[in-house]
Design a protein around this ligand. Structure first.
Ligand code: ADP
Length: 487
């Protein structure tokens, strides 16, 4: 019974574009036979069929055009008109009665056709819209399922509405509809980096803070004990009135990438350690040989050895930089801090570098007695790198000016050159690991893009900051700050 009522309900068939002609045809014929039988045989008043028939047929036409579209309504209307003609004929209407019967049939016929067309058209339009939306949903669902990244869509309480195949693979368990990540402690999320919110998985974090997550890295401990590295993006979906209706999360499994990076860092670390010892030995042998050549007064030999020494020093700097980068990556770079006069350090560095570079003139323009609490060797490294770069990226004869000043509780050191300069869009990127400006118009300068990255990390770990002010073809000023100390 329930099934029959469900089948007869026209609302249930909205969106179903399989229209039947047989169902309205048979049902209208059966209804007509029953009406005729009732008035003719049971009531024995065949002439009083008119008004009842009008209402019954209007109901049938509305029903069938809403259920089976225009065709359903038209079939019912045709049968109805044929029945009206049958009535006029069998009730032997004559004269004015015949005329009024024909007129009523024509007017009602037109009305029935109009009803069928309007309601049927409405029904077919709604069906098309529903079908289009269903197709769109299906397309989107298929695309989401096939994406090579994990996609989860939840409602505004964090309950999963949709999760694709990749998510099941990443999370290591089936994520059914209605699953809530934070609720069951099946997965442990931990954000990597400074601004992490511990123990809160990204979807709940987005819902509670109302802020989308952009490319943040997480480590996730699965139920089976496996650790996964993930990169997560989330987006809040609002409805037209601005209420949060869903959250979409795109989860990228970067475990393999991370493992490869770790292996690469291990290799660089090991290789640079292995290279350090022979380079130190070469430097010692160069020293011994240099003394010997000076003793025997071999000018040509001394010159060649000087070049060998220079190249070995470059190699040593490179290996040291590689070691520093790998120490930074693994968090093993340690600092031995002490209070010292930074102005004295600058003087010392300028004197050392000036003796090696002949092309440019180094000046210490603003001198102030300022003490800082820092790792002397590492600050020496930062300043040397900035001055070396200033020399490397500017032409012969240009000046390089080092300045020292104090602002509030900070010492500010700046290194100014009048060289090639750095374009605005590159000024932040040059502090990234292994980043080098690649301008084809300029000749390529030797280097590996490690110096500024190491400098930035060193300064950051001293609670200072480092930045650059530069204009292309005019020059650059690199600044760094360090918290100052009273002596
Ligand atoms: P590199 O070993 O390549 O010099 P750095 O990390 O020290 O590595 O510098 C990164 C990049 O920044 C360089 O490749 C260069 O393009 C740019 N750069 C650094 N210092 C200067 C400067 N003083 N003038 C112009 N460009 C610079």
């Amino acid at each position: 019974m329930k099934n029959i009522l469900w089948y007869l309900n026209p609302i249930v068939h909205l969106g179903d574009k399989k229209y039947s002609s047989l169902f309205p045809f048979i049902t209208t014929i059966v209804c007509t036979a029953l009406i005729e039988c009732y008035f003719n045989v049971i009531l024995k008043q065949p002439e009083s069929v008119g008004l009842a028939a009008i209402f019954i047929y209007i109901a049938l036409i509305i029903y069938f055009s809403f259920r089976e579209g225009i065709r359903g309504g038209i079939i019912t209307s045709i049968i109805t008109i044929l029945y009206y003609i049958y009535i006029i004929h069998t009730r032997h209407y004559t004269g004015a009665q015949f005329k009024s019967g024909v007129n009523t049939t024509v007017i009602l016929g037109l009305l029935y056709f109009l009803l069928s067309v309007v309601i049927g058209w409405l029904k077919e339009t709604i069906d098309s819209l529903i079908e289009r939306e269903a197709n769109e949903k299906k397309r989107l669902h298929t695309v989401i399922q096939q994406l090579p990244v994990g996609v989860v869509i939840t409602d505004n309480t964090g309950k999963v509405l949709q999760a694709n195949k990749k998510i099941h693979e990443i999370v290591g368990l089936k994520v059914p509809i209605g699953f809530k990540f934070g609720e069951k402690k099946l997965i442990d999320f931990k954000a990597v980096g400074k601004d992490h919110v511990p123990e809160i998985e990204p979807i709940n974090q987005t819902l509670t803070t109302g802020i989308s997550i952009n490319g943040k890295e997480y480590t996730m401990k699965r139920k089976d004990g496996k650790i996964k590295h993930l990169q997560v993006n989330t987006a809040i979906i609002h409805n037209r009135s601005g209420e949060v209706i869903a959250v979409a999360a795109i989860i990228n499994d970067i475990t393999q990438q991370k493992e490869m990076e770790e292996r690469k860092d291990d290799f660089v670390n090991m290789a640079s350690h292995e290279l350090k010892t022979p380079i130190t030995s070469i430097k010692l042998f160069i020293d011994v040989l240099q003394r010997h050549l000076q003793k025997v007064n071999d000018a040509q030999g001394t010159k060649i050895l000087e070049n060998i020494n220079k190249q070995t020093e470059r190699l040593q700097t490179l290996v040291n930089d590689l070691l520093d980068v790998s120490r930074l990556q693994t968090g093993k770079l340690t600092f031995t801090k002490e209070i010292f006069r930074i102005d004295e350090l600058i003087e010392e560095i300028i004197a050392t570098i000036q003796s090696t570079i002949k092309k440019q003139v180094l000046t210490f323009a603003e001198k102030h007695k300022i003490s800082v609490y820092a790792d002397r060797f590492r600050i020496y490294q930062v300043l040397t790198n900035l001055i070396d770069n200033a020399a490397k990226y500017s032409k012969e004869g240009k000046e390089i000016i080092v300045r020292l000043s104090k602002k509030d509780t900070n010492a500010i050191v700046s290194v100014q050159d009048f060289g090639i300069g750095i374009a605005q869009d590159q000024q932040k990127k040059i502090f990234e690991r292994l980043y080098q400006v690649n301008d084809i118009k300029e000749k390529t300068f030797p280097g590996f893009g490690m110096g500024l990255y190491i400098s930035k990390e060193i300064i950051n770990r001293h609670n200072g900051s480092i930045w650059v002010d530069s204009e292309k073809n005019k020059g650059s000023i690199f600044y760094f700050t360090l918290p100052s100390r009273k002596i």
